[in-house]
Ligand binder design. Structure first.
Ligand code: NAP
Length: 247
């Protein structure tokens, strides 16, 4: 695997695990983040120590100008070969009747609009129609897209349903332009995202209730992402894989 791989939200959790594995596989990795520069720098350092190449780029995927700048900086790093649309946010558990428009808009902007704009920038560079060499886009969905998130986060679930539609639609749109588009639907994975929803113990607590009796790890999701990025998945497009221990 070679070329530049942009990973949105690559500084922590699933994005971090993907960045480390992608660098080990030979990609030059662009580690995007919004606020935690130290976490992003730590990923870049870990990659450099292991003999890989990476750089951190601050930018809010919900802000179009930031996404355009992110890809411009990636261009200066080398020719793009892939994008992992990983940046995503959730909020505190509640029913839809109690949700503010601000909360819903924030989730839609980061999870959906951010992924659409980043995918657009990637297609502009990867598509053979625009002189590109092709490549792969992997979108992070969630099992919530199908389970629905009732009484917890139907807004988040709806954003991930939109991601599944993006994966399907864009894959068909660019299938003859050298670009594969695929998705991953994680179940309950041990990362900081649960703390950001005000429930840091969620993954550990729910683990024993899951079909495999445990939550998943960021590494287990990253392995599926790396496979989708690789030539071993050369005939895989327009589909989304559950990485959820059967959930
Ligand atoms: P996480 O541990 O909370 O990490 C989120 C990452 O995204 C951080 O690097 C964060 O950077 C970055 N980020 C947040 N908002 C951003 C924005 N507006 N622009 C750019 N970067 C932003 O999350 P995770 O659990 O690894 O989740 C990764 C993806 O998997 C998300 O799309 C999530 O919805 C999905 N997923 C996770 C689970 C799970 O159980 N963990 C399950 C299903 C799906 P800063 O630190 O700088 O904010």
């Amino acid at each position: 695997m070679d070329g530049v791989l942009v990973i949105t939200g690559g500084s922590r959790g699933i994005g971090r695990a993907t960045a480390l594995k992608a660098a080990a596989a030979g990609y030059r990795v662009v580690v995007n983040y919004t606020s935690d520069a130290a976490a992003a720098d730590a990923v870049v350092s870990a990659i450099a120590q292991a003999g890989g190449t990476a750089m951190a780029v601050q930018g809010d995927v919900a802000n179009e100008a930031d996404v355009i700048r992110l890809f411009a900086e990636a261009d200066a790093f080398g020719p793009l070969s892939g994008l992992v649309n990983n940046a995503g946010v959730i909020d505190r558990a509640m029913s839809l009747v109690d949700m503010s428009a601000e909360r819903i808009t924030r989730l839609m902007m980061v999870n959906v609009v951010g992924s659409l704009i980043a995918a657009r920038e990637a297609v502009r560079r990867l598509s053979t129609q625009f002189g590109g060499k092709g490549g792969v886009i992997v979108n992070l969905s969630s099992r919530a897209a199908e389970l629905g998130g009732a009484k917890q986060y139907v807004d988040y679930a709806a954003t991930k349903g939109a991601i599944d539609s993006l994966t399907r639609g864009l894959a068909l749109e660019v299938a003859d332009q050298g670009i594969r588009v695929a998705g991953v639907r994680p179940g309950i994975i041990e990362t900081d995202i649960h703390a950001s929803a005000g429930d840091p113990g969620r993954a550990a607590r729910m683990g024993s209730t899951l079909p495999m009796g445990r939550a998943g790890s960021a590494d287990e999701v990253a392995d599926a992402i790396l496979w989708l990025l690789s030539d071993k998945a050369s005939y895989v497009t327009g589909t989304t894989i559950d990485v959820s221990g059967g959930r």
